[in-house]
Design a protein around this ligand. Structure first.
Ligand code: SF4
Length: 217
């Protein structure tokens, strides 16, 4: 809902405060998620996440949430889905060139970031391209998986292409663990057309493989 989306930007500091605590809580639930199985909880949690975030942020469920680095303005609402700042078409009044009735999400993002504690530092960090295979999945669970894996063991297994992306966007990953995930994805978290391909890539990680080390650890 557009009015609530704008409200989130205006109150980004409060949202940031709340999210930091929420994130800690959801990471603490990792043992429970692992007991139940991430595969099993994916769909219900993604449904709740969609309900909450579509109302508050017009979330498009990209699965790799970066709201804390974009001033609480969801970049997927940009008609061009730009994840790293505005295009050259922002109108003089700050509205979008494609949808003139909408304020540019990056003008809002800067506004929101300037109210947050480290918002202007975070918004300057380059984000990796969005992985469409993760569309529709829960970013909350992805953060729980990634952060809990980092805490449990610095050596997170991953396929080489994921590892290369995580290395290339080390800072973004540190701030937004879901933006370049390494932990194994449950099949339920992958877009249907990508399931076969991506699960094949995630086969049998080798503990001896030096590339399986967590970047930056
Ligand atoms: S960045 Fe992705 S997960 Fe976060 S609000 Fe936007 S579409 Fe939803």
């Amino acid at each position: 809902m557009y009015a609530l989306r704008r409200f989130a930007v205006r109150h980004s500091r409060s949202y940031e405060w709340f999210y930091q605590r929420f994130e800690r809580a959801i990471v603490a639930l990792d043992p429970m998620f692992r007991t139940l199985g991430y595969q099993r909880v994916e769909r219900p949690v993604a449904f709740i996440e969609w309900g909450v975030k579509s109302l508050l942020f017009d979330c498009k469920m990209c699965g790799q949430c970066v709201l804390s680095s974009t001033g609480m303005s969801c970049p997927m609402n940009c008609p061009k889905n730009l994840r790293n700042g505005p295009c050259g078409g922002v109108r003089p009044d700050g509205s979008c060139e494609v949808k003139p009735e909408m304020r540019c999400v990056w003008v809002d993002g800067w506004d929101g970031a300037s109210r947050m504690r480290h918002g202007l530092e975070r918004i300057a960090v380059v984000q990796p391209p969005v992985n469409r295979a993760l569309e529709g999945s829960s970013s909350w669970l992805r953060v729980a998986r990634e952060k809990a894996a980092m805490g449990r063991d610095a050596h997170v297994s991953a396929d080489p292409s994921k590892y290369a992306l995580a290395r290339a966007f080390r800072r973004a990953r540190r701030l937004e663990p879901a933006s370049a995930p390494l932990a194994k994805e449950p099949a339920a978290a992958l877009a249907d057309q990508a399931v076969a391909e991506t699960t094949a890539v995630y086969d049998a990680p080798s503990a001896a493989d030096p590339k399986s080390e967590e970047p930056g650890q």
